[in-house]
Design a binder for this molecule. Structure first.
Ligand SMILES: [Mg+2]
Length: 198
């Protein structure tokens, strides 16, 4: 892609866009926990191999899933996925990191998502937070995301962050966790392009 080469010639650092839900934050765990509590059930992530929670629950419970996710406090206290802060801090030494979340899907999430990022990733500049709708607008070398539909329209290199719902998806390099993200983007401690002589 020509703009890659041009921007790099001008000295711009390579960019990584990072999705929030189920890439940085364990959104699915919170969704399942709240759904289980409401219905006295014990759904686990293992039950969702190759499918969404939406596909797993009875049709009459689907409005409940929407309501749960739209609750004001839903995005406030999500667990951080293991090693995400430490790895992003190390990647930031070599790359510009942008957080790209399709926040328009749940407009009630804006404020709590912003607070969550500032609380758990204080080293990321808020100017690098991108609350967007269509992620195809992103211009970066890499996008780390659990959603294949965003990787499909991304012009750079997509990296699929493993989640039960994407277990059967192929077509992108897959990472199981943040330590694998680091191995992919900083092989041997240097940026991927340099390691590959690019
Ligand atoms: Mg996601």
């Amino acid at each position: 892609m020509s703009w890659f080469t041009e921007d790099r010639r001008e000295g711009r650092r390579p960019r990584i866009c990072v999705d929030m839900d189920d890439t940085m934050a364990d959104t699915m765990a919170e969704h399942i926990a709240r759904y289980n509590a409401e219905h006295g059930l014990s759904v686990t992530k293992a039950d969702l191999h190759g499918k969404w929670l939406w596909d797993h629950v009875p049709r009459e419970h689907q409005p409940d899933l929407v309501r749960i996710m739209c609750a004001e406090d839903f995005f406030e206290d999500l667990e951080v996925l293991p090693d995400a802060p430490e790895v992003l801090l190390r990647l930031q030494e070599h790359y510009d990191i942008f957080i790209a979340t399709a926040a328009m899907e749940v407009p009630s999430s804006f404020a709590s998502k912003f607070r969550w990022l500032k609380r758990h990733f204080p080293f990321l500049p808020y100017r690098n937070f991108v609350f967007c709708g269509d992620k195809s607008i992103l211009r970066a070398e890499y996008l780390i995301d659990d959603m294949p539909r965003y990787l499909k329209t991304f012009e750079g290199q997509g990296i699929l962050f493993s989640a039960p719902h994407n277990a059967l998806v192929t077509g992108w390099p897959r990472v199981e966790n943040w330590l694998e993200v680091e191995q992919y983007l900083l092989p041997g401690g240097v940026p991927r392009a340099l390691a590959q002589g690019g």
